[in-house]
Write a protein that binds this ligand. Structure first.
Ligand SMILES: [Zn+2]
Ligand SMILES: [Zn+2]
Length: 144
């Protein structure tokens, strides 16, 4: 079975919350897991509807919230108010370069930057639990 581990995490999370098992949620989960992209709820909804036309946008929003709560997904809140969702479980930490022209997300990671952030937090006597670094600009393709 595909994404067995992720499904187990989600099923036990949903059970602990006292929610009933739902086929629609499962369709949303599997569609989300199959897509290695930074998706908006609307984009995910459009993909899920191909598989199950009965799924409504409200269910997609609710399921995405659950996916974030059980850490299968992580949300990226962009400056313009848009929210995008990406895989979190089993994925290495990374930060993002976001092209303001084409909207492309480039995943980046630099150990130096990570270390600097730790140092900065330490200076403030702040125990860091995580961070999201979003950098905006124009990508290579759009620059040409
Ligand atoms: Zn980082
Ligand atoms: Zn990402």
């Amino acid at each position: 079975m595909a994404f067995e581990e992720e499904q187990k995490i989600f099923d036990s999370f949903v059970r602990d919350k006292g929610l009933k098992h739902s086929g629609q949620r499962k369709d949303i989960l599997l569609t989300f897991l199959k897509t290695e992209k930074h998706l908006t709820a609307d984009e995910l909804h459009a993909l899920v509807k191909k598989k199950n036309p009965a799924v409504g946008i409200a269910t997609v929003y609710r399921t995405l919230r659950l996916l974030c709560e059980c850490r299968l997904s992580s949300e990226l809140r962009l400056g313009n108010g848009a929210v995008r969702y990406e895989h979190f479980y089993g994925h290495e930490h990374h930060d993002h370069l976001i092209c303001v022209k084409c909207g492309n997300f480039i995943e980046v990671m630099d150990p130096e930057i990570e270390k600097l952030q730790e140092r900065l937090a330490k200076k403030e006597d702040f125990r860091l639990q995580g961070h999201k670094l979003l950098m905006y600009g124009v990508c290579r393709k759009c620059k040409q």
